[in-house]
Design a protein around this ligand. Structure first.
Ligand code: G4P
Length: 529
């Protein structure tokens, strides 16, 4: 393998950033980009207020709701590393999208608001992150505001999310009395000194117990710090890099993204603790990222991202080798060779044409409607087929129709397109053909996005009637007469886009009834790909 290829791949780091809305994910991302020189925000903090919506926000609905619906990819260079940040939707209703994005990442950064802790709406999202089993780094943000007790914050992360933690630094006070953080490893204190024109950060050697520290952080905070560090040393998990890399132990950092306090330290530790791109599995075998042969998988499809370009982009994570513009690759699921056209790297609305990209990178290619989520592409003698990306079972259902019957065509086009992106699942009545469309989603906000997108992108107004179903089961049996199945009156028989039959239930016990009444019936919570 050429040395240059090895070097390029070695310096790559690809992580997803995840948080509750307003915890500071965007602010933290911006600070990372500032370190990389990727963006230049003169008078950064004030500039941000005016801009209001940061570089990674795309859709109008995101601006209105202040949530991130789509996820974007940003790349920047720092200290010899080439870092890819995958933004994730900041709401649990989009946890399936978050999961797909996590599939493309090698680690995750979890941002928590120090004054709020782990918020109820975020639990599901963070659990998805734990489920993926990748290293998770926690940044407890907004320490310049009154924060919760740090031990309580740590407890919450451990108990609610079921992952052990290891604080790398420890806060000294918070809010008006935020004095800075104590680095447990280097035994230094980074002092937070608020000023009229932003703040000054000063790092000082800090032997706990030295009387000099009283002058720096006051005797009161010094005493508290000594007690807390003693408690922490005795009670918390020891740092163990293997456990971090196995996703069992989350290193925790305290800081304040807005005031740019603790961000660079976080980034440096993060880069020290993470590895170059991790291998993905193809038919039980790990594919070496450093191999000369290119391979990638599609983890996201997004249409109409930018009204100026009415097109569909398939995002893929490069898993091995090198990508070159115009190269011909094998599209496994399509069963033929294709040329990847208009390869791009994304910087929110800005698209940059890419000539070359390497394992660990994310590229977007023009999709003429041939890709599905989970598809594999490769070049070379050795066939590759990556494991698919699981689909989450929808939990909310609605009957959807267009208000203007003349717009049936646009309606069907829009709804199919959005379903292919994986944002919704669509079903039809089993016997009535195309007329009735039932939409299933994982989180109700996806209904709102559907309505909004159909109006703004396809000019179709819709009516939605929520349905009482909460559970979905695909019928696994090959030759089954669906209309003859005996089910409870509140069970609905439908079929999916690929004409596979399934049942929608309002109660879990109706699932059991269906199984009891129909001998040999096999039901599955997920569709087979
Ligand atoms: P998100 O992407 O996770 O949704 O959060 P975002 O970065 O947009 O931050 C949400 C709000 O929290 C913003 O204020 C931001 O300025 C503020 N913030 C982020 N980090 C910190 C921090 O470390 N300390 C303090 N005190 N505030 C922080 P906003 O008023 O809603 O937006 P803006 O008007 O400042 O843009």
């Amino acid at each position: 393998m050429a040395d240059s290829l090895k070097q390029e791949i070695e310096k790559r780091r690809t992580f997803a950033i995840i948080s509750h809305p307003d915890a500071g994910k965007t602010t933290l991302t911006e600070k990372f980009l500032l370190y990389g020189g990727a963006i230049n925000l003169a008078g950064s903090v004030k500039g941000r207020k005016a801009a209001k919506h940061a570089v990674s926000d795309w859709m109008e609905i995101e601006k209105e709701r202040g949530i991130s619906v789509t996820s974007s990819v940003l790349q920047f260079n720092y200290d010899g590393f080439c870092i890819n940040i995958l933004d994730t939707p900041g709401h649990q209703d989009f946890s399936e999208d978050t999961y797909r994005t996590l599939m493309a990442a090698d680690s995750a950064v979890m941002v928590i608001d120090g004054s709020k802790g782990v918020e109820a709406q975020t639990i599901k999202l963070f659990k998805v992150c734990v489920m993926r089993g990748i290293p998770i780094f926690t940044f407890i943000n907004k320490m310049d505001r009154e924060a919760m007790d740090p031990f309580e914050l740590i407890d919450q992360i451990e108990n609610v999310l079921g992952i052990r933690t290891c604080p790398i630094n420890w806060p000294i006070g918070s809010g008006k009395n935020f004095k800075g953080v104590y680095d447990r490893n280097t035994q230094t204190i980074s002092r937070f000194i608020a000023g009229d024109n932003g703040q000054k950060v000063e790092t000082v050697e800090a032997k706990l117990g030295d009387s000099g520290l009283d002058d720096l952080i006051t005797k009161e905070y010094h005493d508290v710090l000594v007690d807390e560090i003693e408690l922490l040393d005795g009670a918390s998990d020891e740092f163990d890099l293997d456990k971090v890399r196995a996703g069992q132990l989350s290193p925790v950092f305290f800081g304040s993204a807005l005031t740019n306090f603790g961000v660079e330290t976080f980034l440096q530790h993060f880069l020290d603790m993470t590895t170059s791109p991790l291998p993905r599995t193809s038919e039980g075998q790990a594919v070496d990222p450093f191999s000369n042969e290119f391979s990638a998988f599609v983890f996201k499809i997004q249409a109409n991202m930018n009204k100026a370009h009415r097109d569909r982009i398939a995002f893929m994570r490069i898993c091995s080798g090198q990508f070159e513009a115009g190269m011909e690759v094998m599209h496994v699921q399509g069963g033929k060779k294709i040329r990847l056209s208009q390869p791009q790297q994304m910087m929110a609305q800005e698209r940059k044409h890419v000539e070359k990209a390497f394992a660990g990178d994310i590229i977007g290619v023009f999709d003429p409607g041939i890709f599905s989520i989970g598809d594999t592409l490769y070049k070379g003698k050795n066939p590759v087929k990556f494991e698919g990306i699981p689909t989450f079972a929808p939990e909310h259902f609605a009957r959807v129709r267009q208000v203007d019957t003349m717009k049936r065509k646009q309606f069907m086009k829009g709804i199919n397109q959005i379903a292919q992106e994986g944002a919704i699942q669509i079903f039809q009545e089993f016997n009535t053909g195309m007329e009735e469309i039932i939409v299933g989603v994982v989180g109700v906000l996806q209904f709102e996005v559907l309505q909004y997108r159909l109006e703004s992108e396809y000019n179709v107004e819709i009516r939605m009637d929520q349905l009482p179903y909460e559970h979905v089961r695909w019928i696994e049996n090959e030759d089954v007469d669906v209309s003859a199945l005996s089910v409870t009156s509140d069970t609905k028989k439908v079929k999916d886009l690929r004409d596979r039959p399934l049942l929608l239930f309002t109660h879990p016990w109706s699932i059991q009834t269906a199984l009891d009444r129909n001998e040999g019936l096999e039901l599955s919570e997920f569709s087979r790909n």
